[in-house]
Design a protein around this ligand. Structure first.
Ligand code: HEC
Ligand code: HEC
Length: 426
């Protein structure tokens, strides 16, 4: 799609008859999706054996604790009190690894309700470095360590993880990591009481352990996180019709979508936040969403709370478990008034497949989303101060349709089916 030689009329100078050179330059910043960025904080990040073990652990339910919201609640994973019912895959499943089970499906139900909608974990490795909608983790591996011990997600503990590794994945673990799993994890060992069945920092069982044994367990838990993160890094989807269009295949997307793309980089202003080939600036904004819907928490402060949490997280990139403590990811980070009510800009690849939308899952369709932006976000009812990038857009009905048509061209090839197979040990 070369620009026509000079001397042609202004109309002919447009790329594909539509885009000015300035617009086209913006379009080109959105494609193609490069390789997954390296993560020096995880020395196993690109180890295929770690990823294979990580996949098994992603589908493993054995380290989850008691169901608190269960039984008749629709979408529940078991009866109240039952254990071993929740895997990562319980909330990240299907072709795009989202939650199709929780009903109503705005928030996600594990051992209890998480007040947010489960993200697709496909292409999550492109967020740099902030993971989750509030950016509570500064690496993928440290993020993996949140849910197993989070009471409303899996309500398990690092001791449970370690016991499951011993019982079911011992050989693979020992082949990967140094040192081998401690032989006293064997329930038949006469010193088996060194490692209680369950426990995490703050629990009574944990406090009864020696500091050295606590350190052993936490070290194994970190390796668990790094293995699962290696798996998550393989979950990549690229080559959407949009990418083929930018690469020069003029017919890869329809005329409506082309107009939508022009709006996206122009009048609708989306690219001010949804920038780069992952369609996220990796920043945090108040886009003026008044939280609504069942099982959510309308008071959540988003980024402001997450900043406190990431700074005190022993698993952050500056901490002793990080394989590179000099990334500077946390440099200068501090809680500010501005961070109150901010959420991370979501990537938009395969967005047509991952409804409902926003961290609360309160918008059902892409049309609902674009209509929301068309009014400049909600007028009131949101936390924080709305970004000055949010303005009423005055889009016509047809323009709204075109933007939706564009968003629908962002779906790339699904990840290999083998990566979505439940390979957990029975
Ligand atoms: C009970 C449902 C549930 C379970 C179980 C669960 N997740 Fe999630 N996951 C979510 C929700 C909800 C979010 C969005 C949370 C947020 O914004 O804080 C999320 C977000 C994520 C993200 C962030 C993606 C992004 O866009 O930054 C990753 C990575 C992830 N989960 C991995 C995992 C792994 C690994 C496990 C298992 C150890 C797991 N999840 C277990 C519901 C779940
Ligand atoms: C001020 C920055 C900003 C602008 C401008 C902006 N967005 Fe967003 N967008 C965000 C943030 C932040 C989120 C996540 C909000 C949340 O999770 O509550 C988001 C979420 C979304 C989502 C939902 C993603 C998901 O997986 O749930 C879609 C779709 C979307 N934006 C499309 C657009 C379109 C189309 C435009 C232009 C009309 C636009 N955005 C303009 C910041 C912005």
């Amino acid at each position: 799609m070369a620009v026509m030689a000079s001397g042609c009329s202004a109309e002919e100078a447009l790329i594909d008859g539509l885009f000015t050179p300035v617009e086209w330059e913006k379009v080109q910043t959105l494609s193609p999706l490069p390789e997954v960025p390296e993560d020096t904080t995880n020395r196993y990040a690109d180890d295929p054996n770690a990823a294979a073990l990580g996949q098994r652990l992603f589908f493993e339910k054995g380290y989850s604790g008691p169901i608190a919201v269960g039984g008749a609640e629709s979408g529940a994973l078991g009866e109240v009190g039952e254990t071993g019912r929740v895997a990562c895959a319980s909330c990240h499943h299907g072709t795009w690894l989202i939650d199709h089970r929780s009903t109503p499906n705005n928030a996600s139900l594990g051992t209890a309700w998480i007040p947010r909608n489960a993200n697709s974990v496909i292409n999550a490795a492109f967020y740099e470095p902030w993971i989750e909608n509030d950016g509570v983790s500064d690496s993928l591996w440290s993020d993996v360590l949140v849910d197993p011990e989070l009471n409303i997600a899996m309500d398990g503990s690092r001791l449970q993880v370690v016991h499951v590794l011993w019982e079911k994945y011992r050989d693979e673990y020992n082949a990967m990591f140094d040192p081998d799993l401690d032989a006293d994890l064997d329930p038949a060992s006469e010193n088996a009481d060194r490692f209680p069945a369950t426990g995490k920092p703050g629990s009574e069982e944990w406090d009864r352990m020696t500091a050295e044994d606590q350190e052993t367990v936490t070290g194994i838990y970190v390796n668990f996180g790094k293995a699962v993160a290696a798996y998550l890094r393989l979950l990549v989807s690229r080559e959407a019709p949009f990418d083929r269009y930018v690469a020069g295949e003029t017919g890869a997307i329809g005329e409506d979508a082309k107009h939508g793309l022009q709006l996206f980089v122009g009048k609708a202003g989306c690219v001010a936040c949804h920038s780069g080939s992952h369609f996220s600036d990796d920043e945090f904004h108040v886009n003026g969403l008044a939280p609504a819907g069942p099982n959510i928490n309308p008071e959540e402060l988003g980024r402001a709370t997450a900043i406190d949490n990431v700074l005190k997280n022993p698993f952050n990139s500056d901490g002793i478990y990080s394989d590179d403590r000099a990334t500077g990811r946390l440099e200068g980070l501090k809680k500010t008034e501005e961070a109150v009510g901010q959420w991370r800009t979501k990537g938009l690849r395969h967005i047509a497949e991952t409804a409902p939308y926003m961290h609360t899952g309160q918008l059902e369709t892409l049309r609902d989303v674009v209509t929301f932006y068309n009014t400049g976000g909600h007028a009131t009812g949101f936390v924080g101060v709305k970004s000055d990038k949010m303005k009423p857009l005055n889009l016509t009905d047809e323009e709204i349709d075109h933007l939706v048509a564009f968003l629908e061209t962002l779906t790339g090839a699904p990840v290999d089916e083998a990566l979505r197979e439940d390979t957990s040990a029975r």
